[in-house]
Design a protein around this ligand. Structure first.
Ligand code: IMP
Ligand code: MG
Length: 333
């Protein structure tokens, strides 16, 4: 029974939603606590032909016995939160921490003009201005919002109790290491730290309670908005390789580049990764689509996976071979 943190080693959009939905089903995760910034993240979950895009609720919802929590460090947009509860039919198992800061219309408006919109090219979801008000200690928190009353929870107590009782607990990070306010490509980054330590802090779990940190990497690199992307390809080249993606939250085209071993190594260090997950191997190696055992992967795909292990000195335990939660190679013992 383990407490696992899942975070991204690049610029977000590496497929945490897919990895987490698989882990929830496979490991029967009892409690998932969402960490990270807030509804600027979009996690995609695909299962039995249906696609879900989540910006507030944990990606573990597919596993019906999983308690779905949002940690006090996370910013909540009540409209998005309530809509997702409806979409996932999860009213009876969702909890939002009393101290989550609340995104209001004025934050969204401030995020859609001037420096934030033009230079940083944020998602426009209000998260930066809301975190700024939180730092000033003038922001509203969840316990003041009537529509959230029946979902209020003491998330750190619930999560730590589950850990103490030996249940499987997952802490869901959002964004990516290089979007971190501290460790990312400043000023082209998000409004707080988003590495594994920050994810733990967001949900009130101390570092001694964590067993595994799974760092999610995609077979290629993408980023949306401004900022440096090493070896960035032109839009034509990205299209040709099948790497041109569209962002979940904003609908913007994502910029693309080949896999970066250098970024992966540093992300391993910054997050204390104990395992790696590589997603979208089927996009770079189409012959691997839907495969479920490591031995079936093509020689080229295995060579890539093994090179990642050699360069980072961390085992690649999960390899995504398609968007569905079950399209995955699981090499854990
Ligand atoms: P903000 O987090 O909306 O303030 O945006 C700051 C920068 O982080 C922009 O470049 C966004 O595109 C990027 N960003 C924020 N959240 C995500 C995410 O979940 N995935 C990918 N990029 C993100
Ligand atoms: Mg995303």
């Amino acid at each position: 029974m383990t407490c696992t943190v899942v975070v991204c080693g690049f610029f977000g959009d590496t497929g945490k939603g897919k990895i987490i939905s698989y882990l929830a089903l496979k490991d029967e995760i009892a409690v998932t606590a969402r960490a990270g910034v807030g509804p600027n993240a979009g996690h995609t979950v695909v299962h039995e032909g249906k696609q879900y895009k989540l910006r507030m609720l944990p990606s573990s919802f597919l596993y019906k016995n999983c308690r779905l929590l949002i940690g006090p460090g996370v910013l909540v947009n009540p409209n998005v939160f309530l809509k997702e509860i409806e979409m996932t039919h999860s009213e009876d198992r969702v909890g939002v921490d009393l101290q989550c800061a609340i995104i209001e219309q004025k934050h969204i408006e401030a995020d859609r003009k001037g420096h934030l919109a033009e230079k940083i090219q944020t998602t426009g979801t209000g998260t930066g201005p809301c975190n700024a008000e939180r730092a000033l200690r003038i922001v509203k928190i969840a316990k003041d919002i009537p529509s959230l009353q029946k979902f209020l929870a003491d998330v750190p107590s619930e999560v730590n109790r589950a850990i103490d009782e030996g249940k499987n607990v997952l802490i869901e990070g959002t964004q990516g290491t290089y979007l971190s306010l501290f460790h990312g490509t400043y000023p082209y980054c998000t409004s707080k730290d988003v590495t594994a330590s920050a994810a733990c802090s967001d949900v009130g779990v101390g570092p001694t309670k964590v067993d595994e940190v799974i760092l999610v990497l995609k077979a290629y690199t993408t980023r949306v908005g401004g900022g440096f992307l090493p070896n960035e390809l032109s839009e034509e080249e990205a299209t040709e390789r099948g790497w041109l993606e569209v962002a979940t939250v904003t609908g913007r085209k994502r910029r693309a580049a080949p896999f970066s071993y250098e970024l992966a190594r540093r992300a391993v260090m910054l997050n204390g990764a104990t395992q790696l997950a590589i997603t979208k191997i089927d996009v770079s190696f189409p012959e691997c689509k839907g495969l479920r055992s490591y031995g079936e992967l093509s020689r080229e795909a295995r060579k890539f996976v093994e090179k990642v292990e050699k360069e980072t000195k961390v085992p690649v335990t999960l390899v995504g071979t398609g968007p569905d939660a079950w399209e995955i190679v699981d090499r854990r013992a």
